[in-house]
Design a protein around this ligand. Structure first.
Ligand SMILES: [Mn+2]
Length: 334
């Protein structure tokens, strides 16, 4: 594909060829999705794990939390919560992230690898390990994984194609976001050759919502306020709302994107009270506001259209502060 040369210019770190060769040279590989797992970090990790096993490697995806319901099917026998599956891993790969704090308690195991690698597409991630491949032009890390699996030469199968699809469909918002490219569709189209049936995966990912999640979403959306002349939508969730709904903490996934669907809204914000009392702020923008920069200035990060940070004052204080900041940003013309 002609796009590969453009990719090489934008990507940071090693070449894809060097990344694939480093994987080929390792006898054992551990893959590390970031905490608060999403479809991309898990799908990318599992696809790589399956391909590496086909290449004769000992490989596992090391997780430390329950897999969210909507992507539960992506496991395919790869995931383990035991930190002793491979005692002395030759290669440890953090997938869809580049910062050790996003691995929580798995950081020590990651560091114990003979060498370490990062495969990511977050614009804020900088090369930090022996091997790095960071391509902010990729809609999903799963797009990069598709290229790596191609270079590994193991071939694709139905499970690998489903895991890659899970990463792409979730990170592109079902191919709706501006990160979606011709390459995204070319990769997806090629996955059909290995038995991918997107409509079946849509039912698993998007049409299997629990009653509790639906009720939690309703209560969060009912708190929505439109400020900055209707350009900013802000909603919040307290621990009491979470408890009353019977939903799980990760059941807030997707709600901030729904707030952005309101006509005229440029920035959507969800302010959540975590169990430890800290406040998690998630931001999404529609067309022009750089929420990655907004979040980075507050100790967080992410993508231009999807980012977040964590704050330490009360929910009401955090909300008032960010409303004032976003009103100023909108008034200044971004
Ligand atoms: Mn991603």
């Amino acid at each position: 594909m002609a796009m590969n040369s453009d990719r090489a210019i934008q990507a940071r770190g090693n070449t894809l060829g060097e990344i694939a060769a480093a994987m080929q040279a390792a006898g054992s590989v551990l893959l590390f999705p970031h905490s608060s797992m999403d479809g991309d970090t898990l799908g990318s990790s599992v696809a790589l794990c399956l391909a590496l096993r086909k290449a004769g490697k000992e490989a596992f995806v090391v997780i430390d939390e329950e897999i969210p319901d909507m992507i539960n099917f992506v496991d395919y026998g790869c995931c383990t919560r035991s930190l002793e599956m491979i005692a002395e891993p030759e290669l440890c790969v953090c997938v869809d992230c580049g910062e050790l704090h996003r691995l929580n308690d798995r950081g020590a195991l990651f560091k114990s690898g003979k060498s370490r690698m990062c495969i990511d597409h977050h614009v804020s991630t900088m090369p930090a390990f022996e091997w790095n491949y960071i391509d902010p032009a990729a809609s999903a890390t799963a797009e990069i994984v598709y290229d790596i699996v191609t270079l590994l030469g193991t071939g694709f199968d139905r499970q690998i194609s489903e895991a890659i699809y899970a990463g792409i469909v979730t990170d592109t918002g079902k191919f709706q976001y501006s990160n979606t490219t011709q390459k995204t569709h070319i990769i997806t189209a090629s996955l059909y050759e290995y038995g991918l049936v997107p409509s079946e995966l849509s039912i698993k990912i998007y049409q299997s919502v629990s009653r509790e999640k639906m009720m939690l979403e309703a209560s969060i959306i009912s708190t929505m306020e439109l400020v900055a002349g209707g350009k900013v939508a802000v909603a919040s969730m307290t621990q009491k709302m979470l408890k009353d709904s019977g939903a799980k903490p990760d059941d807030t996934d997707g709600v901030v994107e729904r707030l952005r669907n309101v006509r005229g809204v440029e920035v959507a914000v969800l302010v959540r009270e975590r169990r430890d009392g800290r406040i998690k702020v998630s931001l999404r923008s529609k067309q022009s506001v750089d929420v990655a920069a907004f979040s980075a200035a507050r100790g967080g990060g992410g993508h231009v259209r999807a980012a977040g940070y964590t704050a330490d004052s009360s929910l009401e204080e955090v909300k008032a502060g960010l409303i004032a900041d976003l009103e100023a940003l909108i008034a200044a013309g971004y």
